[in-house]
Write a protein that binds this ligand. Structure first.
Ligand SMILES: Nc1ncnc2c1ncn2[C@@H]1O[C@H](COP(=O)(O)OP(=O)(O)O)[C@@H](O)[C@H]1O
Ligand SMILES: [Mg+2]
Length: 274
């Protein structure tokens, strides 16, 4: 939801305060036990994604980006601080907080077909999708010819398409994406970037995406959060004020290039301080 600048004092209106952020971390720290000692992965990270907005997380390798997603998915517990989804603390009960998750490694079940892999989350949480809904998702990610193929028969890019379709099958309120397009060639990556934009226009979800591609982060996001090298802290929050709907023409705009330059400066400046 975008608040226009013409609406005065909108932050104080009941409508604005009634909707909690889709995703929120408050002063979150995470320590791992490592080689008999402690490793501080996240140090007081606060970030927030307005409901149904798209936020990207960028930062050097090892700065804790995946840890942020794992905390939101309930796969790790914060050492201190609060992790909230739609205003409620994260629980391990997925039925109460349907999440769509697509991580770096597609992690498909090798003995299941594309269709069966996509259907899996619905079966697990007991909201089975109809064959027509599954077909629509398969078509969305362009895998009609491979609906009954097994993962080993697919390329890496195709497996990632399956993972994205699977993340969307429960029509989640919150989508967590960990470098979902990282292993794809540039052309496929762009195609899937645009498809994801289209999907989210039709079925909005609060989305947090980790990526190492700055251009992809800017193309897709409302907000880009730049993290410091480990221990991960929030270095900067960049508001991506490009109009929507967005297409590839955005990549050539002056404003896009300025945002990209700013993100690069923050990212590499942050690394020099390390
Ligand atoms: N389960 C774990 N045990 C110990 N250290 C971990 C564990 N998970 C992550 N780490 C460490 O925490 C830091 C952040 O990891 P991660 O969130 O994967 O970073 P990123 O995704 O930004 O590359 C890294 O130094 C990593 O080695
Ligand atoms: Mg990672």
């Amino acid at each position: 939801m975008t608040l226009t600048s013409s609406a005065p004092a909108v932050a104080d209106s009941p409508a604005a305060t009634a909707v909690p952020p889709g995703i929120e971390l408050r002063e979150v720290s995470k320590q791992f036990a490592y080689r008999g000692g402690q490793l501080l992965a996240l140090d007081g990270v606060s970030l927030s994604a307005a409901r149904h907005s798209f936020v990207s997380l960028i930062g050097p390798s090892g700065c804790g980006k995946s840890t942020v997603l794992r905390l939101l998915a309930g796969l790790e517990t914060a050492t201190s601080g609060e992790v909230l989804i739609d205003g409620a603390p994260v629980t391990r009960d997925r039925r109460r907080q349907p999440l769509g998750i697509a991580f770096q490694d597609a992690a498909l079940l090798p003995w299941r077909t594309v269709r069966q892999n996509i259907a899996l989350p619905g079966e697990v949480i007991g909201t089975k999708s109809s064959p027509a809904q599954i077909d629509a998702l398969i078509e969305l990610v362009g895998l009609q010819a491979f609906a009954d193929a097994k993962p080993r028969q697919l390329s890496g890019g195709m497996r990632q398409r399956v993972a994205i379709a699977r993340a969307l099958v429960t029509e989640p309120e919150v989508l967590l994406l960990d470098e979902p397009f990282g292993a794809l060639d540039d052309l496929t990556r762009r195609t899937l970037n645009l498809e994801l934009l289209g999907v989210l226009e039709r079925k909005p979800a609060t989305t947090l995406m980790v990526t190492h591609a700055i251009d992809e982060a800017i193309l897709l996001s409302d907000t880009v959060v730049v993290m410091t090298p480990r221990p991960g802290r929030v270095l900067a929050v960049i508001d991506i004020d490009l109009p929507r709907p967005r297409g590839l023409e955005v990549l050539a705009s002056e404003r896009f290039r300025a945002l990209e330059a700013e993100a690069l400066r923050l990212l590499y400046g942050g690394m020099e301080q390390a």
